[in-house]
Design a protein around this ligand. Structure first.
Ligand code: AMP
Ligand code: MG
Length: 528
């Protein structure tokens, strides 16, 4: 097919050309002893472009004319290809909920190609929900509109918050129905289908390394690791024993920093299996994720994890480390069987996590970290206090900058903070909160940059707008009725999460009562 004038033209085949693949293009489920399988997306009936990320499109060299071109929609729906695209599904394994699951692979994601952007950076374009692949097992290879809206919005919201993440270029309605048993209760329903085009330098996961290692295929493991280092970590130097160790340490540090950012922002991923861990330290695979509104370390939005709570908010830091240990074990043959590099990797993870978490929390509280002061105590006291009652953490932290600007410490709980409680505050809790405010206020006053500068910095560290689950759910409900305006509005507002945007005050509210137990708001099924 011919290209629109504005379409991207240059694709590279780093992954395909460097690494062994499975030449069989059949979609039948099978074990694959290679790193990818060539497979084309399955066309859909009536593709419609429902949402588009303009800033990301600009990074890719796609302008508004490209967006409005029907051929672009066809490509992003999997109905057509641009010249140079060579679609494939990646082969990977993973530990799911603590157990080795063997081969998994891209069961419904298909990489279209690696696009060279105008600045020379390479971006992998991947369709999620593009139809069956050799890794689909019993799945249909498709995705529903509700989960696709959630992935699209959250990818872009996370990027705007500054948290490393895969991105989302487009949301396509397929015009086809997908059958899902959302509550796993024997009540399958037909739902509108959708496809998100995800974008990242690479979608490689821990699981890509685990699978060849689990099969004892050291040459394949080494080939993949050499490719990954050479392409994404060139600063580590030429592949070799010392570089493999440095590679694990670097992945560890990135993962530690990533999980620290999840914790500081109150993001609960929901399914932190090793196949959902990016080797680049990006947030990847948005499923039943959620955001902390009242602080609850036991909170998980994922209904299939309600009993074990393996992936609850408070467990994410240890789970990140557990996953890293699995990656380290997978790399063991490259370390000549020595376990010391794994220990070092885990130590790097912990150090990176601690540093980043302290830094982010200090920033949220307007403090320039001072190891000699009692900054860490101030942070821990706040965290403990927040857990003791239902207080909306997002609003509480955002509004603290008002207090930081007060010339003297408050003598009563300020009204805008009082409004952050979900139920009437208990007097003892209130008194302890006020005492904390006073101690913290004195510490902010001691900032050498001055209170005003500290308060301004707080406004750049505490988002006002977060993709609370019920906001996403309202946008999904409207989209099911054919109205995308709420989704578009959220996308625009969440692009500037730290700006005041007073006209969007209704999107910066604590969770309404109706959302407390509504599916999609407090709880989410994995069925997507
Ligand atoms: P996830 O829980 O989304 O990370 O998916 C775990 C594994 O199941 C991956 O290998 C996915 O590709 C696969 N998978 C999930 N949903 C589907 C589907 N509808 N069709 C085919 N494969 C799927
Ligand atoms: Mg996954």
């Amino acid at each position: 097919m011919s290209l629109p004038a504005s379409a991207p033209r240059r694709f590279v085949r780093r992954f395909l050309d460097a690494l062994p693949g499975d030449p069989d293009t059949a979609r039948t489920s099978r074990q694959v002893h290679a790193l990818w399988s060539r497979v084309d997306p399955t066309p859909v009936a009536e593709p419609r472009l429902l949402a588009w990320s303009q800033p990301l499109a600009a990074e890719l060299g796609l302008d508004d004319a490209a967006r409005d071109d029907a051929r672009t929609t066809a490509v992003l729906a999997g109905n057509a290809l641009w010249d140079g695209m060579a679609p494939y599904a990646a082969c990977y394994g993973g530990h799911q909920f603590g157990n080795w699951a063997g081969q998994l692979g891209d069961g419904r994601a298909i990489t279209l190609g690696e696009l060279v952007g105008p600045d020379g950076r390479v971006h992998e374009l991947q369709l999620k929900g593009a139809g069956p692949t050799p890794y689909s097992r019993r799945g249909d290879g498709r995705a529903v509109l509700r989960s696709s809206i959630r992935e699209f919005l959250c990818s872009e919201a996370m990027a705007a918050l500054g948290v490393p993440t895969t991105r989302a270029l487009s949301l396509i309605g397929t015009g086809e129905q997908v059958v899902r048993d959302m509550f796993y209760d024997g009540n399958p329903q037909r739902e509108p289908g959708a496809i998100v085009c995800r974008v990242a330098p690479s979608f490689l996961r821990f699981g890509n390394f685990e699978l060849p290692s689990s099969r004892g295929d050291v040459p394949l493991l080494r080939q993949l690791t050499d490719f990954t280092i050479g392409t994404f970590f060139p600063e580590l130097g030429a592949p070799g024993p010392a570089t493999y160790e440095a590679f694990l340490r670097e992945v560890a540090a990135r993962t530690g920093r990533l999980v620290a950012q999840w914790q500081a922002h109150g993001f609960v991923h929901g399914v932190v299996n090793t196949d959902n861990m990016s080797i680049l330290g990006l947030t990847i695979d948005y499923g039943p994720y959620g955001w902390i509104e009242p602080l609850d370390y036991q909170f998980t939005p994922n209904t299939t994890d309600f009993r074990e709570r393996r992936y609850a908010f408070g467990n994410q830091p240890t789970v990140g480390m557990w996953n890293l240990a699995r990656l380290g074990e997978a790399l063991l043959p490259l370390f000549g069987g020595r376990e010391a590099p794994i220990e070092e990797g885990l130590a790097h993870y912990q150090e990176a996590f601690r540093e980043m978490a302290t830094d982010l929390y200090c920033r949220r509280l307007g403090l320039t970290f001072d190891a000699h002061s009692d900054d860490t105590t101030i942070i821990h006291e706040l965290q403990t206090w927040l857990q003791e009652a239902e207080v909306d953490v997002i609003l509480w932290l955002r509004r603290l900058s008002h207090v930081a600007r007060m010339p003297s410490a408050p003598t009563a709980m300020p009204a805008d903070l009082l409004a952050c409680w979900y139920a009437a505050p208990e007097p003892g809790h209130l008194a302890r909160g006020l005492a904390w405010l006073q101690r913290w206020h004195a510490r902010v006053r001691a900032e050498t940059r001055g209170q005003a500068a500290a308060a301004d910095a707080m406004d750049r560290a505490n988002p006002k707008f977060v993709l609370r689950n019920w906001l996403a759910q309202e946008a999904i409900d409207a989209a099911h009725g054919g109205d995308l305006r709420k989704a578009h509005r959220l996308l625009g507002v969440l692009r500037r999460p730290y700006d005041d945007q007073p006209e969007h005050e209704d999107l910066a509210q604590k969770r309404p009562d109706w959302a407390r137990h509504k599916p999609g708001c407090a709880t989410l099924s994995c069925s997507s």
